[in-house]
Design a protein around this ligand. Structure first.
Ligand code: 13P
Length: 288
C-alpha cells in the first residue's frame, strides 16, 4: 500500500485535501471507516492525547491496522496535538504513522528545538511529523455558546513559518489562519484569512499545509483554502456533536432499550454521513 506521504503529495499536486477525522471509541472509528469505504477515500484517523489515552495507544494502532488489513484502504493514524517529546515517542513506538507536535504555546525557539528532536527521532522510524506555528484557539468549555475571539497575534506569521520549516525539516505545518477548535453559537465560524494563507504558502516550499479546526468553517472558505495549498483538514467537533446528539435522541426515543448494539447503529450512520459530506467537500472521494 502507498504511504501517507504519497497521498499528501498527490493531494498537493491535484488540489484536494485528505480529511483527518478524530475518534475516541470504536463506534466513531467504524463510522469513519465506513465513510472511507463508501467514498473510496484515503483518510487519516486522529487521536488527541486525551483520545489516545481513552482508547490506549497500542489499541488505537491495532484497531486501525485491523481495519486497514480488512479493507485494503489507505487509512493512516496520526497523534493529534502531542504536547511532549515523551508522549510523541510513545506514540511512535506504538506504531502511529504520523505525529503532530503542538508547541504553539512555547516561544518559537523552544518550539523549534523540541520539534527538531521529534523529527530526528521520527525520521528513523519513517513517521511523518506535523509542526505548528501560530496558535489555533480552543474553547471547548464555551462551545456552542459564545463568539470566539481570534487574536491577530495568534495567526501564523509567514516569516516565522519559513524559519521554523527550514530549521526543523518537518513534513507538514499546521497553520493558524482564523479557524479554531470548536463551533460558535451561530453554527458557522468566522471566515478564514485566505490572504494570510497565501503569504504562508509562498514561504513554505513543499511543506504540506494543514488546516485545524475544520468544524463549522464555511464551505466556500474550505474550498478556497484547498486551492491555496491546504492538503489536510482536521475535523472533530462536528463528529462529537453528531454522535452525542444522536445518541441522546435515540435513548430518549427508546427509553427501555439497554442493548448497545441495538441503539448504536443510528449513531454510527449519523456520524458516517457527516464524514461522507466532508470527504466530498475536500475532494478526496475516489482518490485511493
Ligand atoms: P474541530 O474540532 O474544530 O473540528 O477541530 C479539529 C482539529 O483541528 C483537531 O486537531
Amino acid at each position: 500500500m502507498k504511504n501517507l506521504k504519497y497521498y499528501l503529495k498527490k493531494a498537493a499536486k491535484e488540489k484536494w485535501a485528505i480529511g483527518q477525522f478524530n475518534f475516541s471509541n470504536l463506534k466513531t472509528l467504524k463510522a469513519i471507516i465506513q465513510a472511507a469505504i463508501k467514498m473510496k477515500a484515503p483518510v487519516i484517523l486522529g487521536t488527541s492525547e486525551g483520545e489516545s489515552k481513552s482508547i490506549g495507544l497500542g489499541q488505537a494502532v491495532s484497531l486501525v491496522k485491523s481495519f486497514r488489513e480488512e479493507t485494503k484502504l489507505p487509512i493512516f493514524l496520526n497523534l493529534d496535538h502531542g504536547k511532549s517529546f515523551s508522549y510523541i515517542k510513545e506514540a511512535i513506538e506504538a506504531g502511529y504513522d504520523a505525529v503532530h507536535f503542538d508547541g504553539s504555546k512555547l516561544p518559537l525557539e523552544e518550539n523549534t528545538e523540541i520539534t527538531k528532536r521529534i523529527v530526528r527521532y521520527a525520521k528513523k522510524k519513517n513517521v511523518l511529523v506535523e509542526g505548528e506555528v501560530g496558535m489555533i484557539g480552543t474553547d471547548a468549555s464555551r462551545l456552542y455558546r459564545e463568539r470566539f475571539e481570534i487574536k491577530e497575534e495568534n495567526l501564523t506569521n509567514p516569516a516565522d513559518a519559513n524559519k521554523f520549516i527550514k530549521e526543523t525539516n518537518i513534513d507538514s505545518l499546521a497553520v493558524s489562519i482564523g479557524a479554531f477548535h470548536g463551533i460558535e453559537v451561530t453554527g458557522l465560524n468566522p471566515r478564514l484569512r485566505l490572504k494570510r494563507l497565501k503569504e504562508i504558502k509562498n514561504r513554505a516550499g513543499d511543506t504540506f499545509l494543514v488546516l485545524h479546526g475544520g468544524s463549522g468553517t464555511p464551505k466556500e472558505d474550505i474550498k478556497k483554502s484547498i486551492k491555496l495549498g491546504i492538503v489536510k483538514i482536521n475535523i472533530n467537533t462536528e463528529l462529537r456533536i453528531t454522535y452525542t446528539n444522536t445518541l441522546k435522541k435515540v435513548l430518549k426515543e427508546k427509553p427501555k432499550e439497554i442493548v448497545p448494539y441495538k441503539y448504536m447503529p443510528e449513531v454510527v450512520r449519523a456520524v458516517q454521513k457527516v464524514v461522507e459530506k466532508k470527504i466530498k467537500l475536500f475532494g478526496s472521494a475516489s482518490k485511493i
